[in-house]
Design a protein around this ligand. Sequence first.
Ligand SMILES: Nc1nc2c(c(=O)[nH]1)N[C@H]1C(S)=C(S)[C@@H](COP(=O)(O)OP(=O)(O)OC[C@H]3O[C@@H](n4cnc5c(=O)[nH]c(N)nc54)[C@H](O)[C@@H]3O)O[C@H]1N2
Ligand SMILES: Nc1nc2c(c(=O)[nH]1)N[C@H]1C(S)=C(S)[C@@H](COP(=O)(O)OP(=O)(O)OC[C@H]3O[C@@H](n4cnc5c(=O)[nH]c(N)nc54)[C@H](O)[C@@H]3O)O[C@H]1N2
Ligand code: SF4
Ligand SMILES: [Mo]
Length: 707
Amino acid sequence: MSATATVSTLGPAADPTPITTGQPTRIVHGACPHDCPDTCALKVTVQGEPGAERVIHVQGWHEHETTHGALCTKVSRYAERTHHAERVLHPLKRVGPKGSGQFVRVGWDEALADIANRLREIAARDPQAIVPYSYAGTMGLLQGESMAARFFHKLGASLLDRTICASAGGAALAATYGAKVGMHVQQFEHARLIVIWGSNSIASNLHFWTYAQRAKRAGARLVCIDPRRTDTADRCHEHLALLPGTDAALALALMHELIVNDWLDADYIARHVQAGPDGWEALRAQALQWPPERAAQVCGLPVEQIRQLAADYGQTRPAAIRLNYGMQRVRGGGNAVRLIALLPCLTGAWREPAGGLLLSSSGWYRNVRNDAALQRPDLLAGRRPRTINMSTIGADLQRPSSPDFGPQIEALIVYNSNPVAVAPQSREVVAGFAREDLFTVVLEHFLTDTADHADYVLPATTQLEHLDVHTSYGHTDVLINERAIAPLGEALPNTEIFRRLAAAMGFDDACFTDSDEQLARQAFVDSIDFDALRRHGWQRLPIALAPFADGGFPTADGRVQVSVPGLGLPTHLPPYESAASAPELAQRFPLAMISPPARNFLNSSFVNVKSLRDIEGEPIVEIHPDDAVARRLVDGALVRVFNDRGSYHCAARISNRARPGVVNGLGVWWRKLGPRGTNVNELTHQRLTDIGAAPCFYDVLVEVEAA
Ligand SMILES: Nc1nc2c(c(=O)[nH]1)N[C@H]1C(S)=C(S)[C@@H](COP(=O)(O)OP(=O)(O)OC[C@H]3O[C@@H](n4cnc5c(=O)[nH]c(N)nc54)[C@H](O)[C@@H]3O)O[C@H]1N2
Ligand SMILES: Nc1nc2c(c(=O)[nH]1)N[C@H]1C(S)=C(S)[C@@H](COP(=O)(O)OP(=O)(O)OC[C@H]3O[C@@H](n4cnc5c(=O)[nH]c(N)nc54)[C@H](O)[C@@H]3O)O[C@H]1N2
Ligand code: SF4
Ligand SMILES: [Mo]
């Protein structure tokens, strides 16, 4: 426990809600719903009589080994978010122009009947003109894709490809290892070398950081690979501040050094890595084309730093890589993940429990989750609707009907997501959402930028007001989230909203009457017992300590895949937008921009929680002193960050957190809370990654000037 107490990002144990002395309290098992690898076990303290209950504390649950009772600052304020004065607590119907946020309160019956009528009318022409839009506002299996998926499957609506975050790295990892699997997070404590690659762990993976700190205290060396000098980089022994989108070149140079210095585990390679002309031999030949000098040029790094990292990685046991999604939001993100995932297979790092790599652990649940039971794809009844990629929603909302595309999008039902703020190339996204002929329904807690564009806003419950079950992508526990308090106002769980919509549409399949508890019981195969989960709060999956010590990767032949059908050999693909790959563009817009998260927000969630917004202050762009001087920028002054796609006004922060040539526009602010009503996604584009069709949020060129 002491290890976490030193991490400054930990929040106060309590939220500001006063405790009414004398009133009895009760404790409820919760789970953090947010899109964060940690999936903390929550201890929720409730006070008050039924009907007037309040959550007075949201704390971590000490007995939960993986998250050991510590929460991040954000979620320690979760009660403030739930009991927020600006919660949407009644259905709202639009009365002003799209985007104006002008609504009147209506009853549930009126809202549902009107929505069902509109959807029926569109579906009669073509149900694919209706598109669900959701992501991981909650990662709960119930309030995520259960009743919602059943509803859209029955309707025959378009399918949604949920690519906004992790699909480049996820697909690349699965192509290499066979599934999204990796080391146990707890094992990092015992590593002697930890490479933190594309991750600001203190901000976005706090409990991993606890293990890394313990390792550091025991003498391990910590290396951070990140264009930005983050809080995490500050606390590592070495920081490689490479140019965005050049990680594959770095990985190839590391391989080059492993080969020429014979730091390879030939036995592990022979037994567990794809052999033959497309396998290890081909990779070896390619890596030999990448001496550190070449990578140093591409990455913008001193060659010595690359040599040193290779020597450390090649000669330290156990060596562990914490790879994270920050490095895959670029054109070549998928290829880079494939190359990095091969590193521990070449050195045999997997032989030890504290060696190997962790990007995602979500694949460990593949045999215990029963997604088909929850989502019922059989309700499609043989229909094969088109798929819309959520990352190109800006363009797609503006496409007319065509044989290629199918029907124009006529209705959008948004839940667990705030696309107007988070999707790339805001100008296009806003233009799409502003279409007067588009029928938009948004299930939300707050009037977000997206909700402002809705025809109907439907009030959804927060994690404290509904039941859910959770898996994780950073550890291997299953957790329960019990309902702590009754829904506030007229809010309803997503499940109930889709249940009622199904009834209003006349869907009479029995599955549309399943209760949340019934859904929770269907979510897993028998090895996860719901009643036991209720009693204990969580359950760990039984996974070997060193899962690939003797190979056995979940690929077809048990070997790590080097070449992949359709993808070939992994290689370095330069960014779409960089000085090297787009020199003409770089003349006009010479600065690369990344937009990683602000520590006290979770994507665009919590931006409206005042205590957290006060910590972040205002939207900023970090710029290196040399780049600032060249532009005569003053620290703290308003600047215009711009490219051909748009302008974003925010405050300049002149800081060594930015490397020369790269600016950091911390995200993701609500547009309406920005100085000129925009956010950083005004500058991003809708081109997609090499693998997984994901956005390239960190593959952007801009210029900055005083505003
Ligand atoms: N506090 C907080 N925690 C969060 C979130 C949040 O918004 N706030 N978001 C959650 C979500 S949805 C996700 S997906 C994860 C995201 O967390 P991560 O997977 O860690 O990804 P990012 O935060 O996008 O980026 C991590 C780091 O990668 C760096 N980076 C950017 N480009 C490159 C590159 O080309 N190469 C390398 N090597 N590094 C690069 C960034 O500067 C950043 O410091 O965190 C989750 N946790
Ligand atoms: N420029 C830039 N853009 C980015 C990123 C970046 O790093 N830079 N990061 C990207 C990444 S990694 C991700 S994952 C996406 C995230 O984008 P989103 O998935 O849209 O995540 P949030 O912005 O947190 O918005 C989630 C919304 O869901 C709502 N919500 C939460 N729980 C519930 C619920 O139970 N029911 C309902 N109905 N609503 C609920 C919240 O109130 C919130 O408004 O953003 C991406 N956008
Ligand atoms: S956001 Fe992450 S660190 Fe914070 S409470 Fe949730 S799971 Fe834990
Ligand atoms: Mo994400």
